[in-house]
Design a protein around this ligand. Structure first.
Ligand SMILES: [Zn+2]
Ligand SMILES: [Zn+2]
Length: 581
């Protein structure tokens, strides 16, 4: 059922466009009295789409109401929450709110896209509510793997919604403040929370997530007795982990190399925002050669096997300045994100083939998650005491299990949501709090600096090329459709001329036969010529004339048949016909 916004004009609606029943691309809309706010604007990994590594949610729905969209509010700096701002802001053109660290980080990213002076970035003042009429927003700091993660208490005349963002309950987050759980407790005590929109990433994990602070000793133990080069690879945004590793390096007498632009940027932004106050011994990768291997600790991004990232270059032995060899160690201080397994295992293999030791979360305590395990979810539900739980930030299984945990904690109502579904929320009519409509959703692919629709011809054509290659045939014909010079054929990724030389003979025969028949059929011999036919379409350019198009189309299907018969594949066939005047 399509969402009827007229009917729900005065209703509080929650409507995710991304991040529900999927990991990544978090984008959540809230609506009341015809006004909207967007919470988070993230990207996600794309799989098996040629030339596309990242995606954003399709925002065509909210674009229609962009004049009523008041703000984009970012909970924290992770790519799945703010990575799409540079691609989508031009289409929305609204102020973007973030914490001080978030704003500094976003501005530095926007510089790359020459948008830093264009996008109005407003810094959140956590000490007082932000009034975005009809929404009043209070910010509540929760611990995560990055500092200044802000949960939102969205207060409205229809009830209060706690939008948690990504969180865990970590008594020692290393960088940043501990969770302001007392604020949530206070709301819960007074039964003031109508609904909680909650992180589900680790809902399947029993117990309590481990603390960032605990990791220090474990990593130090693994590094302290090594005599070779040591590397630690982690997410490029994990400021706490970088701080932990830099501290360990200092304690064990190693200098730290931050490999890659994104890590250096994070360090600069972190320092500017008041983090990294301790003096660490950083050197550049150009200086490595002046030291013994056992004096160096390399921090590299990224850990998900990305093609261009420094970890992959190190693994392949092609990094120009960082040279790992037999007996050196690379620690993967990160999680294997579902969907990235193949790329990551390829990376492990590259290290193994060169006899470089690796350690991962599978075999050592080298990583802690930034998301709540079951016990933390239970604690949150028991403190917040919401009437309704709507789990987000997870695949279907994660949100389903999070619903079960919420139910088990005695929460009156749980709603399992998917992208594009709008839920009506009203504290006076809990029974009517349900899905009330659906809007268009989908994905856009990040294609270099542009976005393209993943259902577009460009992607379809790329897939076809990937599958069977392309054959381009160029024909120069005279007025009577006779070839005036030998035709030219070029194969890209379709066949090999050395092994399949008979293919071109067949193409030649087919073309000659086809043109002869076509000329007879059109009766363009004896001076009438194709120019006569062309006159009928004189408003169109020659290349676009129907006659030429028709010839190209028929010839394409005949030549395609040759490839189907011989190779058993359907390549893309491009035929270019030039008619001499
Ligand atoms: Zn996060
Ligand atoms: Zn996230």
């Amino acid at each position: 059922m399509d969402l009827n916004l007229k009917k729900h004009h005065n209703n509080l609606l929650f409507l995710p466009l991304g991040g529900s029943s999927e990991i990544g691309m978090n984008m959540n809309l809230y609506h009341l009295n015809g006004k909207w706010i967007m919470v988070d604007c993230g990207v996600g990994f794309a799989y098996n789409i040629p030339g596309i590594d990242m995606m954003t949610p399709d925002i065509s729905f909210i674009k229609q109401y962009r004049n009523d969209l008041i703000a984009i509010i970012l909970t924290h700096i992770h790519e799945d929450h703010m990575g799409a701002v540079q691609y989508l802001w031009e289409e929305l053109k609204v102020p973007v709110y973030a914490s001080n660290f978030g704003a500094n980080f976003l501005r530095s990213k926007l510089t790359e896209f020459k948008l830093d002076k264009t996008v109005p970035i407003r810094i959140i003042d956590s000490s007082r509510p932000l009034n975005l009429n009809p929404f009043q927003i209070e910010f509540i700091g929760l611990t995560h793997s990055v500092p200044e993660m802000k949960a939102l208490m969205i207060k409205t005349n229809k009830g209060n919604v706690l939008h948690t963002g990504d969180w865990k309950l970590d008594p020692n987050p290393v960088v940043g403040d501990v969770s302001e759980i007392d604020k949530i407790k206070e709301y819960g005590k007074n039964n003031e929370i109508l609904a909680i929109i909650c992180d589900s990433t680790n809902a399947v994990n029993k117990g309590h997530s481990r603390s960032e602070g605990e990791l220090h000793n474990s990593l130090k133990e693994l590094i302290i007795n090594r005599n070779g080069l040591v590397g630690v690879t982690t997410f490029a945004s994990n400021i706490a982990r970088i701080s932990t590793i830099a501290k360990i390096a200092k304690e064990v007498g190693r200098k730290v190399v931050l490999s890659g632009f994104s890590l250096q940027r994070l360090y600069e932004v972190g320092k500017k925002s008041g983090y990294f106050t301790e003096e660490f011994d950083f050197i550049s990768d150009r200086e490595i050669k002046f030291y013994d291997k056992k004096q160096i600790l390399v921090i590299a991004r990224c850990c998900q096997g990305e093609e261009m990232a420094s970890t992959r270059k190190i693994a392949s032995g092609i990094h120009p300045l960082i040279n790992f060899s037999k007996g050196d160690l690379m620690i993967f201080s990160s999680k294997i994100i579902p969907g990235n397994e193949k790329k990551i295992f390829e990376l492990f293999d590259l290290f193994a083939k060169r006899n470089i030791d690796i350690m991962t979360e599978k075999d050592h305590f080298v990583h802690v998650s930034g998301h709540p395990y079951e016990d933390e979810l239970r604690e949150m539900y028991s403190l917040a005491k919401p009437k309704i739980a709507i789990p987000v930030h997870g695949e279907f299984l994660h949100t389903k299990i999070n619903c079960e945990i919420a139910k088990d904690c005695g929460i009156e109502k749980t709603i399992q949501i998917e992208n594009g579904l709008a839920i009506n929320l009203d504290r006076d009519r809990i029974n009517e709090c349900e899905v009330v409509g659906k809007v268009k959703t989908g994905y856009m692919g990040v294609n270099g600096k542009q976005l393209i629709d993943l259902k577009s011809n460009i992607i379809r054509e790329r897939k076809k090329l990937q599958e069977a290659g392309v054959v381009i045939i160029s024909l120069a014909l005279n007025d009577s459709l006779k070839m005036i010079s030998p035709f030219r054929v070029k194969s890209v990724g379709c066949y090999d001329l050395k092994n399949d030389s008979d293919i071109e003979d067949l193409i030649h025969k087919e073309i000659t036969f086809f043109l002869k028949n076509k000329a007879n059929e059109l009766d363009i011999h004896g001076g009438f010529g194709i120019h006569i036919l062309r006159k009928k379409h004189k408003k169109k350019k020659l290349r676009e004339s129907r006659v030429i198009q028709e010839i190209e189309k028929s010839l394409r299907s005949k030549i395609l048949r040759i490839f189907e018969d011989i190779i058993g594949k359907r390549p893309a066939i491009e035929i270019i016909i030039h008619i001499s005047n």
